[in-house]
Design a protein around this ligand. Structure first.
Ligand SMILES: Cc1cc2nc3c(=O)[nH]c(=O)nc-3n(C[C@H](O)[C@H](O)[C@H](O)COP(=O)(O)OP(=O)(O)OC[C@H]3O[C@@H](n4cnc5c(N)ncnc54)[C@H](O)[C@@H]3O)c2cc1C
Length: 301
C-alpha cells in the first residue's frame, strides 16, 4: 500500500511534515531527514498515526526532546513520532502529579516546587521529556526518575493502551522495560514528598549552578555519552585515559566534562561514532573496561 500522506494530514489534529530535518529535533543538532514526521496533538492522534503506519507497514520511531539521541546522517526511514506539546497536560492532586509524556522535565520540577512537593529537584537541569526520562530512567545527584513513578499509561505499536505500575516498569540504572517491550509512554502519575517550596527551590538552584560550572552547555551536546560502569565514573576513566579535547572532525570530547562530546559546528553522526570508538579503545587499553553508550542510536547506521 502506498502511503496516504493526504489522509494522514487530514486525520491528525497535530502536525505532519515530510522530509523533516532531524537535526532540528536533537540537542546535538545532528541527523538527516525523517521521511514522515508526526507531532500528535493528543493520544488519539498518536493511535491514529500508529494505526496508519501499521496498515502501510511503515517502521515507526518515537522521540521526545532528542536530548539522548544520535540520529544517523542518512536520516530515518518511515515515520518518526515526536511526543511533545500535544501530550503536555499536568495536574497536581495532593501528593500526586499526573503528567503527559511530552512535558519537559524542568517544567515538572518547577510545578512540583510550586506545589511544595520534593523529590523532583534533580530534574530541573535535564532537558528531556517525561517520556524520554522514563525510558532511560534518567537520574542525577543520587536520584532517578523511576523512584517517583506510581503508574504509567503507555500505548503499544498496535495502538493498544497498557497500564504499568512501578514494579512492572523494571527500572534499573538508565534503563526500564519500555524499549524492550516496545511501549510508548503517554501519561505518568508521580508521587512527591511533602516539603518546603523555598528549600526545594534552593536545592534546584544549587544543582543548576553545579551544572553550569561543570558541563559545556554552550555547545550542542547530548549529555553523558556513556553509562557509568558499576561503581565508577565514565567521565573520570575517559579523562584519565587522556581523551579530553580529542577530536574527530567537528566533534570533540569536551575539555570541560570528558563524558560530554560537543558539536563544534557541522559535526556528523559518523564523527560521533568514530570518536566513540576511539574513546572506548583508549579506555579499554588503559583500564580493561568497555564503556557502553548511554545515547540511543536512531535511523540507518
Ligand atoms: C545538557 C544535558 C544534560 C543531561 N543531563 C542528564 C542527567 O543528568 N541525567 C540523565 O539521566 N540524562 C541526562 N541527559 C540526557 C537526556 O536529557 C535524558 O536521557 C532524557 O531523559 C531524554 O529525554 P528525551 O525526551 O530527550 O528523549 P529522546 O532523546 O528523544 O529519546 C531517548 C529514548 O527514549 C525514547 N522515547 C522518548 N520519548 C518516549 C516516549 N514518550 N515513549 C517511549 N519512548 C520514548 C526514544 O525512542 C529513545 O530511545 C542530559 C542531556 C543533555 C543534553
Amino acid at each position: 500500500m502506498s502511503f496516504p500522506a493526504q489522509l494522514l494530514s487530514e486525520i491528525i489534529k497535530g502536525e505532519v511534515r515530510f522530509n523533516e530535518p532531524m537535526h532540528k529535533h536533537t540537542s546535538w543538532h545532528i541527523g538527516g531527514t525523517a521521511d514522515i514526521f508526526v507531532l500528535p496533538g493528543d493520544i488519539v492522534d498518536l493511535r491514529e498515526a500508529l494505526s496508519l503506519a501499521r496498515r502501510c507497514e511503515l517502521p515507526v520511531s518515537i522521540i521526545g526532546n532528542g536530548t539522548n539521541l544520535l540520529v544517523s546522517d542518512l536520516g530515518v526511514r518511515g515515520m518518526v513520532i515526536k511526543i511533545g506539546p500535544g501530550l503536555s497536560r499536568i495536574e497536581v492532586r495532593g501528593e500526586r502529579i499526573q503528567v503527559g509524556a511530552g512535558v519537559p522535565l524542568p517544567r515538572l520540577a518547577a510545578v512540583a516546587m510550586r506545589s511544595s512537593l520534593s523529590g523532583f529537584e534533580f530534574l530541573a537541569g535535564i532537558p528531556g521529556t517525561v517520556g524520554g526520562a522514563l525510558v532511560m530512567n534518567a537520574g542525577a545527584n543520587g536520584c532517578a526518575v523511576g523512584e517517583r513513578v506510581r503508574q504509567v499509561t503507555a500505548v503499544d505499536f498496535e495502538g493498544k493502551e497498557v497500564q504499568l505500575n512501578n514494579q512492572e516498569l523494571e527500572f534499573s540504572y538508565r534503563c526500564s522495560c519500555l524499549i524492550r517491550r516496545k511501549l510508548i509512554v503517554a501519561e505518568v502519575e508521580f508521587e512527591g514528598i511533602p516539603g518546603n517550596a523555598d528549600a526545594i527551590k534552593a536545592k534546584m538552584d544549587s544543582y543548576l549552578e553545579r551544572r553550569r560550572k561543570t558541563q559545556p552547555l554552550e555547545y550542542p551536546n547530548a549529555g553523558s555519552v556513556f553509562k557509568n560502569p558499576t561503581g565508577d565514573s565514565a567521565g573520570k576513566l575517559i579523562e584519565q585515559s587522556g581523551c579530553k579535547g580529542m577530536r574527530e572532525g567537528n566533534i570533540q570530547v569536551s575539555p570541560c566534562h570528558a563524558n560530554f562530546f560537543v558539536n563544534l559546528g557541522g559535526g556528523t553522526a559518523q564523527q560521533v561514532l568514530a570518536l566513540v570508538e576511539k574513546v572506548q579503545q583508549r579506555v579499554f587499553e588503559k583500564f580493561g573496561c568497555k564503556l557502553i553508550m548511554e545515547v540511543q542510536k536512531l535511523g540507518e547506521f
